[in-house]
Ligand binder design. Structure first.
Ligand code: IMP
Length: 430
């Protein structure tokens, strides 16, 4: 039986999942997205070419790999068509191997309008969303008024559903957000234009995945964002609107939990966060700025600067448990190469006591002070190292400490942006 591997972020996203997915895809027959939308930004560097994927699975760059978008993804038809066109202009042929669930809720222009209007109205309490309409699209899904990919195939159905959804959203936009309403005909025209192109890619994804399993095709499930942004388990309300943890792979695609063989948790060697919300180990000093510049920490989707801080092992241990992580992949180790003393957060101080599990919700987390352990930096370059033995002893000690604190083994280490800059200790596909 081909193995089924799930890759998830264990922090606040931007852990470097795209690169790892792309790397492991040489052993996979299909890459599956199961949550999120074009709020994600997965950066791939192959040779001298950099590609940022938002919606299309990171298997795109390998010609013989199928790319599957499961029902858990909220899909913007216009963003999808833009991304496909960009890939095609770079010589990547995708349409014949991209399969899209008919059950994906669509992101339409009114979701973007609501997302932006709400953020503006929230002022100081804004979430700092990517402004892509993600939250409002998921609200429509659970509110049972979403227009889905399958609706693109039937014009009269599409029209009726868009009209009903806009009846609600335009009322809110005009009367609650005191903002411009969205033109129904423009939305329908845009959707119909994309529909013609999307139609051949619409698929019964659960059946496809079952068939792959029967044919022993190795499968790779690509998470977007990270565990701490999970709608249920993350730093609520400063989260995204989907289940970013490994269980989301099942509900967001139709694969059974018993089919999953291995979960790879990706963690940066330090921590970053984009948008608002508590971040106990955040550094606003020169070290924070050093991490930001060495790590080129700017959002792949919005270009916003990322907040930077020390690795938070309390949060990491929680993420490992939530995801059932089989092994960790530590990324961007080289960003710490010139840091003399490296800190890891091993507990939080809350109300005078040290706690080793994160409190629920953002308000309590915001009151937590990090308790640090300090390790000596290795002060030598690790960029591009491909063998564990070639890492400086102090870098290995750091990794040993991380795996002890996270209570899970480190199976991979990424040492640079290139596909080949990696140390594989144990391969997720066996
Ligand atoms: P939304 O997903 O656009 O609703 O944004 C909600 C929160 O998730 C904000 O803090 C965003 O910055 C964050 N977020 C969404 N997508 C990503 C991502 O791909 N990487 C990092 N943060 C993200």
């Amino acid at each position: 039986m081909g193995r089924t591997v799930v890759i998830v972020g264990t922090q606040w996203g931007d852990e470097g999942k795209g690169k790892v997915v792309d790397l492991l895809t040489d052993r996979a027959g299909a890459v599956v997205r199961f949550q999120g939308g074009h709020n994600a930004g997965h950066t791939l560097v192959i040779g001298d070419r950099k590609t940022v994927l938002h919606l299309v699975p990171s298997g795109a760059m390998r010609e013989d790999v199928a790319c599957v978008i499961g029902n858990g993804v909220v899909l913007s038809p216009s963003a999808l068509m833009d991304e496909i066109s960009k890939l095609e202009s770079g010589g990547v042929k995708l349409r014949h191997r991209l399969f899209i669930s008919d059950a994906c809720p669509l992101i339409l222009p009114y979701h973007v309008a609501v997302d932006k209007a709400r953020e503006q109205k929230s002022g100081r309490n804004a979430i700092g969303t990517t402004g892509r309409g993600i939250g409002p699209a998921y609200e429509d899904k659970v509110g049972r008024r979403a227009v889905r990919v399958g609706d693109l195939l039937n014009e009269s159905e599409l029209r009726a559903k868009v009209e009903a959804a806009l009846d609600f959203h335009n009322f809110m936009l005009k009367n609650y957000y005191v903002s411009d309403s969205v033109d129904v005909e423009a939305v329908i025209d845009g959707a119909l234009q994309a529909a013609e192109q999307i139609r051949p890619m619409v698929d019964d994804v659960p059946a496809r995945l079952r068939a792959y399993r029967e044919q022993s095709v190795p499968l790779l499930f690509e998470g977007a964002q990270g565990a701490l942004l999970d709608i249920d388990q993350g730093t609520y309300p400063y989260v995204t609107s989907s289940n970013t943890t490994a269980g989301g792979a099942c509900t967001g695609s139709g694969i059974a939990p018993s089919a999953i063989d291995y979960v790879l948790g990706i963690a940066k060697a330090y921590a970053t966060r984009v948008g608002a919300g508590p971040f106990p180990t955040e550094l606003t000093d020169g070290i924070g700025r050093h991490l930001a510049s060495e790590g080129n920490e700017f959002g792949a989707t919005t270009g916003r600067p990322r907040r930077c801080g020390w690795l938070d092992a309390v949060a990491l241990k929680r993420a490992v448990g939530l995801n059932g992580v089989s092994g960790l992949c530590i990324t961007k180790l080289d960003v710490l190469d010139k840091v003399e003393r490296i800190k890891i957060c091993v507990a939080y101080r809350l109300n005078g006591a040290d706690i080793e599990a994160p409190p629920s919700g953002a308000a309590a987390l915001a009151r937590c002070q990090p308790v640090y352990e300090e390790l000596p930096g290795w002060m030598s370059p690790t960029v591009g190292v491909r063998k564990l033995d070639d890492l400086p002893a102090k870098a290995r000690s750091y990794l040993d400490r991380v795996q002890a604190l996270a209570q899970t083994p480190v199976h991979m280490i990424s040492t640079g942006p290139e596909r080949e800059d990696v140390i594989v200790i144990s391969h997720p596909f066996g």
